[in-house]
Write a new protein. Sequence first.
Length: 317
Amino acid sequence: MAIQWFPGHMHLTRKAIGERIKDIDVVIELLDARLPASSANPLLAELTGHKPALKILNKQDVADPARTPAWLDWYNARPGTRAIALDASDAAPARRLIDACRQLAPSRRGLSKPMRVLICGIPNVGKSTLINTLSAKREAKTGDEAGITKQEQRIVLDDDFYLWDTPGMLWPRITVPESGYKLAASGAVGRNAYDEEEVALELLAYLKHHYAPLLDARYKLGLQADAIAALHDDELLERIARKRGAVMGGGRLNLQKAAEIVLTDLRSAALGRVTLETPQEFEGWLAAAAVQEKERAERKAEQQRRNERRARNAPPQ
Ligand code: G4P
């Protein structure tokens, strides 16, 4: 079953961004470098339209370094868009951020035409951490629960460079089922919206094909990569449960606990540096979702026609 996630209160964010956007020159969207497309919110593109966009692939320190460049190229190929990779270990991220924004809106310079930038990102993507570093003060509140509410704030990065934090909460939006699992695995979706065991199994189904050596190193599976890839997902989770002592009375495996271990290991990067999607994979998921949507619409239209025929042929009451 796909992850169902319909958070409320987005109308406030929508309204607030809509009001702010007319005075904004560049929109920064902070993304999770481990899921650079799934962590984007398509609503932002709807709200910000043609504004130049800077995509920051944040938490690059825990993403697969072999995959990040492909994602930067993917975003940089879009018109009016620049992409950079960043992480919290960068003590002075302002320079790169300012330079990228200046490239996107070169006419905004000087006190009469200051650069006005809005920074957005789904919860847990590292926005508060970055803003704290940028403002060099402990202003923004950080936390590991999706959705700590914050007030809008303005940070002066340079005499003629202002950064606004997004008012309200920009929740993730699940566009394809695969994104739902990846968002849940990364911790961006509220805990009551998904089943941990289901998400861990989906995660393992991906990791076993792309990061089997990391699974072997973390859980001491003692198997070659192809043997790990050949394991059924349930069997893989069971082996992890056994290796990590997730066992209940009577020797029954505690798969819930094993799932929590896998998710925690991913989030804390104890598993290693992984990226859960490539541009090609994401485009494939989008295309498949579009086909499904078209089929659904066709089925619905056919049903409608059938109902209308039936109503026409029904004897008068
Ligand atoms: P948010 O405002 O977008 O909701 O995110 P926030 O800054 O609260 O960060 C969410 C979590 O991500 C925090 O971890 C934070 O430390 C971590 N984080 C932020 N930037 C980076 C980064 O570049 N790399 C890595 N690896 N982690 C990052 P936490 O476990 O929730 O809290 P804590 O460990 O900071 O106490």
